[in-house]
Design a protein around this ligand. Sequence first.
Ligand code: FAD
Ligand code: FES
Length: 379
Amino acid sequence: MPSLPTVPRSLAARVAQLHRRKPLPVTVARPDGPSRRWAQSATTSARRHVRVAEVIHETVDAVTLVLEVTDGRPLEFRAGQYLTHCFDIDGATVKRAYSICAAEGDRLACTVKAIDGGVVSGFVHRKVAAGYEYAVLGPTGEFVLPDVDENDSVPLAFLAAGSGITPVISMIETELRQQPEREISLVYASRRQSEIIFARRLSALAAAHPRLRVVHVLSQPAPEWPGEAGRLTGERAAALLAPRRDAQIFLCAPTGLMDSTTAALTDAGVAVSRIHRERFYAAPQHTRTVPTQPHDVQFRASGRTVTQQPGETILEAGLRGGLKLNFSCTVGGCAACKLKVISGAVAVDEPNCLSEQERSEGYILSCSAYAQESVVLDA
Ligand SMILES: Cc1cc2nc3c(=O)[nH]c(=O)nc-3n(C[C@H](O)[C@H](O)[C@H](O)COP(=O)(O)OP(=O)(O)OC[C@H]3O[C@@H](n4cnc5c(N)ncnc54)[C@H](O)[C@@H]3O)c2cc1C
Ligand code: FES
């Protein structure tokens, strides 16, 4: 347990002590490059209750939950945003982010792909049926189309892999309703043809909009598959997207593919500011920031102390210790888990959505933060 600061005898000594103990988080750069989503912290909006109106089986391992808000007030969202879904599983509330796959103005819907051993995706696939009611938070997220006038005529290019198509189809459909002649290309990587989520919806969109180009890439195609095949590399993705230099580009795929595609695009002269990314996976953790020793984390308001084990985030340690901590995306993008450090050094993965002011005030994101020594938090 860390000791509390002693009261210094003189003002000068007090200032010197405060200066030494200033709880600034240590930030360590990640190699992932910038992402628009990390630009500013979003506030979590009020909890809303939804009812599952319909479950649509998109593929063998992806279901769409069509949702209606039970209080009757519309839940407005921007194409590309996500909701935090709060499910009661085995007596505990478990939250996960799922992007909205509907176009703006359409019935609210989210698509969940089953992950091997996945707590929430498995629960949704096994237990959730029409009539099921639960709570959502949000919408949240800045992976949205830029709303600047100068961008209205530039082409849009999208790269999606697997369930990464969910925010992308919402953006494409929304955009084509507003600008049916917009030049859009989509490169979409799936394993097999039967695993292409929204296959019919995408071909209907392409048939109705000649300036929408959809390229499917299958990593495990059947022998008769006539299209692109093989593991998608960044170079190949960039070549298939073939964006104009002034295009706005949106990537929602595994981090490695987004990194290599970003590198290939910037090598080809695309400005990194025109590349927007959405991350579904927890970001890779910078190995140098992860402590190798256990450290005590004291939550001052609740008076509880937990021991953060090597490799655990502060959030994981707190939840394991039975603390009720707020969180949503778990990848540093929403600020739902923001906590203030009172004392001790904390490393926070970058990039994240904390503003400069929040950083200078000593805030951290517990989902992406590691105590480097015994720390005290204002929570
Ligand atoms: C902003 C955002 C939007 C998202 N939108 C969607 C969406 O529209 N549709 C969707 O299906 N998912 C989406 N996700 C992912 C989703 O939130 C969950 O992470 C995913 O469903 C796994 O949760 P789980 O409880 O089933 O798995 P967990 O029990 O949390 O994890 C089980 C195992 O799966 C691994 N794992 C966790 N997430 C993934 C993943 N995404 N892919 C592969 N392995 C994983 C874990 O490392 C662990 O080993 C989104 C995530 C974020 C951050
Ligand atoms: S849970 Fe979203 S930033 Fe930590």
